[in-house]
Design a binder for this molecule. Structure first.
Ligand code: NAP
Length: 594
């Protein structure tokens, strides 16, 4: 067979696998955690007896969300001289996604030297190339202490909404602890990994065994902690549903401790090499001031396909960008003539996915299990996973992969999971079924806000987000947003969060400098930004349309709402260049200060 025949055979296989998923519409449904499922949201890490008096107080800025975006915003505000900042946070501590997600094996897939922000400011050096969740959580606390953010923090407190008061030009923020906070500015953070979801499998409510979502890991039941040691499982049959990035990390730990582990798979994950290692103290000592920003910028340039002398991070993400995503761009930039750039990218993609599939054959002894674990789609369709033990786990005699071949689980009974008519009895079900990635911003936030004339944000954004630079929206003066929409994309997402945080801090500082009562975008500037986002989104849809449904392609629904809610679709360097030029211009173009 010629390479072209190979390529088209592969494309046909991809198409068939995608169609399997699409045919089974029931397999696409998920269940939000409300009503009788609300118990899954219980915080297992907090002191349930915590009480305090309601707070009625005035702040310069109220930030909703104490994860990395909230910490960065507060840090950048502090550096800009704005100190009366209050962070409202649902968890009992800072950390956000790293507070909630403490499942065994949790670690970051992005290099810690670029992912953990503010390393030079705090004087901290991560212990490994890929920091564990435990280390990241501890670091978030360190950042909060460094910038004295505990002083005004309202932890274990849920945001319940905010109204703009025209007469006082203040936001009134309410919480579930009856706090009434008055603020000149609000910053609302809607992290896409904030609202866990369950699969809507028939019978799920009837299950009488133990169960929990991976973002609320029940160590009282399993024993151990995020480093492992799940001694409570030695006599338990465990079922885990889902095989995304979370499952890839916790499956080896469940397998090590459970009497038996059933892994229920709908679509296999692409699992590449991880290559973790300890931080070299000599290297750490050799770093010069400014090293972290330089490393972040280098990573961004490499993953955006720019020719740089050195790939400082040199990991799976930079490899993916250099050798697949931007295979054609790099050749074109180097002056090569390429008649069909798409074919070059596709060939590089095929080569990488073939390597990932070959790794499965080389690792998993049982041929049928190995076949089931192979991902049949292009790399861009699923978030890549990186793990060096996941595949080997399926060689253990106490581990069974139950491949639903794209169909999903048939039903759940009082004590079992049913696939193809066969019952798999389990004592405990672990839902590694992800988050409401594509839900509306206000649903993720947990409450709505009312801007000028009583306009609610949920109403304004009902057909997709409408922002200027992803951070502000007309009709909502002095309100800022950080969500996973309309800002730059990078596998090092904290870098993008920092861009928003710096921009918000500079706008607030500018409002103060100008003695302005309000700041909001002009309608014209907002329209222009939304148009750009939609145009760049559309340009990516040819590939997304061919993918198996998943959160990356909004489960296959590619409409205007999805386009508006997506991240900036151009390369990351072009996003940063735009933001940099806007900042350097110094006139705060597109914003109206009154
Ligand atoms: P996820 O990637 O959304 O994966 C959810 C899994 O549940 C998928 O395997 C999905 O199958 C399955 N699933 C969902 N609904 C189902 C249903 N109705 N029936 C059967 N199976 C169902 O969630 P995640 O693994 O928690 O990861 C979420 C995101 O968090 C990642 O993409 C990443 O951004 C981040 N994360 C990062 C790290 C890291 O840095 N190390 C680790 C964990 C998570 P299908 O594939 O068939 O849809």
């Amino acid at each position: 067979m010629s390479p072209r025949d190979d390529q088209s055979a592969l494309q046909q296989r991809y198409q068939e696998e995608r169609d399997k998923r699409i045919k089974n519409s029931a397999a696409r449904s998920v269940q939000g955690l409300e009503g009788e499922f609300a118990g899954y949201l219980h915080d297992p890490f907090a002191d349930t007896g915590f009480v305090r008096d309601p707070l009625h107080k005035e702040f310069d800025v109220v930030i909703v969300g104490g994860g990395i975006a909230g910490l960065l915003t507060a840090a950048r505000l502090t550096q800009a001289g704005i100190s009366r900042v209050c962070i409202v946070e649902k968890g009992a501590d800072f950390g956000g996604a790293w507070y909630w997600n403490r499942y065994p094996g949790i670690a970051c897939d992005t290099e810690s030297y670029i992912y953990l922000p503010l390393l030079e400011e705090t004087g901290y050096m991560p212990t490994r190339k890929y920091a564990s969740g435990l280390e990241i959580l501890a670091y978030c606390r360190k950042v909060a202490r460094h910038f004295a953010l505990y002083d005004n923090a309202l932890l274990q407190t849920e945001f319940k909404g905010a109204q703009w008061q025209e007469d006082t030009s203040r936001w009134i923020v309410r919480t579930d602890r009856q706090d009434v906070l008055s603020a000149r500015f609000v910053v609302l953070i809607g992290n896409k990994l904030h609202r866990p979801q369950l699969p809507a499998i028939p019978g799920i409510k009837s299950f009488k065994g133990h169960s929990f979502h991976t973002s609320r890991w029940d160590y009282n039941y399993t024993g151990g902690d995020s480093r492992g040691g799940l001694t409570g499982l030695s006599d338990k049959r465990i079922g885990i549903i889902g095989t995304g990035a979370t499952a890839v990390q916790c499956v080896p730990h469940l397998a090590r401790w459970a009497k038996h582990l059933y892994v229920f798979q709908r679509t296999p994950a692409p699992v590449d090499v991880r290559n973790d290692r300890e931080t070299d103290p000599q290297w750490a000592k050799s770093l010069k001031p400014g090293w972290q920003q330089e490393r972040m910028d280098n990573f961004t340039a490499v993953v955006s396909g720019y020719d740089v002398d050195q790939d400082l991070v040199c990991d799976g993400w930079t490899d993916l960008a250099r050798n697949v995503k931007l295979a054609a761009v790099r050749k074109l930039r180097a002056g090569e003539v390429i008649p069909d750039p798409d074919a070059v990218v596709q060939a590089a993609d095929d080569e990488r996915m073939n390597r990932i599939r070959a790794r499965i054959d080389a690792t998993v002894r049982d041929k049928s299990t190995a076949e089931s674990l192979k991902p049949w789609y292009r790399q861009a369709c699923k978030r890549p996973g990186f793990h060096d033990q996941y595949l080997d786990t399926f060689n253990q005699p106490n581990v069974t992969l139950v491949d639903t071949r794209g169909k999903g689980i048939e039903s759940i009974t009082t004590n079992a999971v049913v696939v193809d008519g066969k019952e798999y009895a389990v004592d405990c079900l672990v839902f590694a079924t992800g988050f409401e990635y594509n839900s509306d911003f206000t649903r993720i936030l947990g409450a709505d806000i009312e801007g000028r004339g009583g306009l609610s944000l949920s109403r304004k954004w009902q057909d997709g987000a409408e922002t200027f630079h992803g951070i502000a929206s007309t009709g909502f003066p002095n309100a800022f947003f950080i969500g996973g929409m309309q800002i730059g994309y990078s596998p090092n997402f904290t870098h993008m969060l920092d861009i928003s945080a710096r921009q918000i801090a500079s706008v607030i500082a500018q409002a103060r400098l100008r003695n302005a009562t309000t700041v909001e975008p002009t309608q014209e500037a907002e329209n222009e930004w939304v148009e750009l986002i939609v145009k760049l989104s559309q340009a990516k849809e040819a590939v997304l349309r061919e993918c198996t449904p998943g959160y990356i392609n909004n489960e296959g629904v590619l409409d205007l709402r999805a386009r508006k809610n997506r991240l900036y679709g151009g390369d990351t360097v072009s996003f940063l260049t735009r933001m940099d030029a806007w900042q350097k211009d110094g006139t705060f173009k597109g914003l109206r200060f009154v």
